[in-house]
Ligand binder design. Sequence first.
Ligand code: GLN
Length: 230
Amino acid sequence: MTGNGPIVGVLALQGDAREHRRALACCGMRSTLVRRPEELAEVDALILPGGESTTMSRLLVAFDLMEPLRARLAEGMPAYGSCAGMILLGREVIDGRPDQRQLAALDVVVRRNAFGRQVDSFETDLDFAGVPGAPVRAVFIRAPWVERAGSGVEVLARVPDVPAAGSAAGRIVAVRQRCVLATAFHPELTGDWRVHRLFGEMVRQCSGDRVQWRPGERTRVSVASEKEQV
Ligand code: GLN
């Protein structure tokens, strides 16, 4: 990794971390894998990939990452969760396992495996607020949807409200709350990096408020505390 821009961690306990790193590289963003608390402490933002949210929840506890990650998110660390990552970021899950734990960084209730068995995996085109140009091709794999979103949550994409979508019609599948982004689908699998680019902009904006980058240094400097020192 070269340069001194923000470093995006990709949680690599389970799931498709490699594809997210490739997407970040294609957007010119620095990234690193995160498996341990020391690695989490070094990153400026985090992607939680798709995979299996119940397994990831268990591994976050086993690797002593659950509490440090909750703390970083509460401090305002930018994060993006795709599919299982969206489930983990929500405050509540419907149809989760009883021991599944939530990071509660997004004020949403997420329904796990919401699209049902018949439509386990499918693709569709979505209008995505904040992503200019053509609709985004969305790949859903045993995906969740957002059942309810709090008033502070911006809805960025919904399943098209057409009869063919059945019970999924109009369901929320992409959201943003402050510096946290989540999609029920997998933009890392399509070769269209516009959603990752949007996240990159969020990382720069959200980090810019609190962090000042110093060439050649990896020290996090709070702009507020620097002002206080003057
Ligand atoms: N169904 C999975 C879960 O519950 C999510 C699937 C995915 O990430 N593609 O976590």
